[in-house]
Design a protein around this ligand. Structure first.
Ligand code: GDD
Ligand code: MG
Length: 361
């Protein structure tokens, strides 16, 4: 089976992290976002993944080359010369997606995280015999997503409304699709929205079916949702393979610590923390609801909560980084600094307090 992952877009909502890496390569729970998806696809027998990309394909491909060998999968790029939206890239990659077998292929948005119940989705697709299957999930604020109205029992989609202004329902498109090759005949090679132009038509032809996604789901394309997504991911890891989570007197709740991390005496870590490779956490540090990316040093008695510390940064002694502070790559926070939210661009040294959300240039 084949799959296409939509990896276009500039990831502006996840700056400053996306100033260093394209969004799909930003770490989530100690590995690049896109690896979570590629591994899930591999586990159900997908052999070839096409990355639909519209900028920096070299960065992405260089990075994925080593994983390609490790995973034993073919990973190729389909590059747009202009952004083709969420459907146009499928037309561009048409020849890569179809083969003689006529089997369906997966399409994934690159910024969604879940347990990826893809085998269940294949079963669902076979059971209804329609042209396309999508996963849906319930959310409290449906207006920022594609809302899907279903026929109870069959899952047939009655309406698909992208980013509705008025309430039409609370089940939303989770950005995970399984499509028959015939869907490609509906898409022209031009900027096209699959949500606005393709799904409503398949639905009108009675060929679009939706399956309610079991387990958690989150679009982690912005910091607040990224931090909520980490909590949900770690909770799910606790249920699926708890041996991957850290244990010890200094650990509270669900915490993921890379095996290379060095942790000093008297720390309190958790809940909902991920610490990446080669980090050093000195003694007396307190970490909660945060991500510390690879190569970071957190100095003695510092405290980080509800925040993201980008690659190779340092947090000084007794510093407090909290309330949605997002530090880019290679940021150095001096001792005793207090950050009450805000974004710090890569390669900066911070010597004075950040008391309100602001961008430190
Ligand atoms: N190749 C390519 N080219 N990819 C693109 C382009 C493009 O021009 N534009 C967007 N993408 C990719 C993004 O990288 C992302 O993986 C996916 O398409 C969806 O784009 P987003 O910008 O993240 O859309 P959204 O989050 O506002 O809405 C989408 O996702 C929601 C779920 O998170 C829609 O599919 C909604 O219906 C859905 O509910
Ligand atoms: Mg998104």
């Amino acid at each position: 089976m084949k799959a296409l992952i939509l990896v276009g877009g500039f990831g502006t909502r996840l700056r400053p992290l996306t100033l260093s890496f394209p969004k799909p390569l930003v770490d989530f729970a100690n590995k690049p976002m896109i690896l979570h998806q590629i591994e899930a696809l591999k586990s159900i027998g997908v052999t070839e993944v096409v990355l639909a990309i519209n900028y920096q394909p070299e960065v992405m491909l260089n990075f994925l080359k080593e994983f390609e060998a490790n995973l034993g999968m073919k990973i190729t790029c389909s590059r747009e010369t202009e952004p083709l939206g969420t459907a146009g890239p499928l037309a561009l990659a048409r020849d890569k997606l179809i083969n003689d077998s006529g089997e369906p292929f997966f399409v994934l948005n690159s910024d969604v995280i879940s347990e990826y119940p893809l085998s269940e989705m294949i079963r669902f697709h076979k059971s209804h015999g329609g042209e396309a299957s999508i996963m849906v999930t319930k959310v409290d604020e449906p207006s920022k997503y594609g809302v899907v109205v279903l026929e109870e029992g069959t899952g047939k989609v009655k309406r698909f409304v992208e980013k509705p202004r008025i309430f039409v329902g609370n089940k939303i498109n989770a950005g995970i699709y399984l499509l028959n090759p015939s869907v490609l005949d509906r898409i022209q090679l031009r900027p096209t929205s699959i949500e606005k132009e393709v799904f409503p038509k398949i639905s009108a032809d009675q060929g679009l079916f939706a399956m309610v996604l079991p387990g958690f789901w989150m679009d982690i394309g912005q910091p607040r949702d990224y931090i909520i997504g980490l909590r949900l991911y770690l909770e799910s890891l606790r249920n699926r393979s708890s041996s991957k989570l850290a244990v010890g007197p200094h650990i509270v709740g669900n915490v993921l610590v890379h095996e290379s991390v060095v942790i000093g005496e008297g720390c309190l870590i958790g809940p909902d923390v991920a610490i990446g490779a080669n980090c050093v956490v000195e003694s007396g540090v307190r970490l909660s609801r945060c991500t510390v990316m690879r190569g970071v040093r957190i100095k003695k008695h510092a405290c980080v909560s509800n925040s993201i510390v980008g690659w190779y940064s340092t947090v000084g002694r007794w510093a407090r980084i909290e309330n949605m502070s997002i530090l880019g790559e290679d940021v150095h926070i001096c001792d005793e600094i207090y950050s009450n939210g805000g974004v710090v661009l890569p390669h900066k040294q911070i010597k004075s307090n950040i008391l309100k959300p602001e961008i430190v240039l």
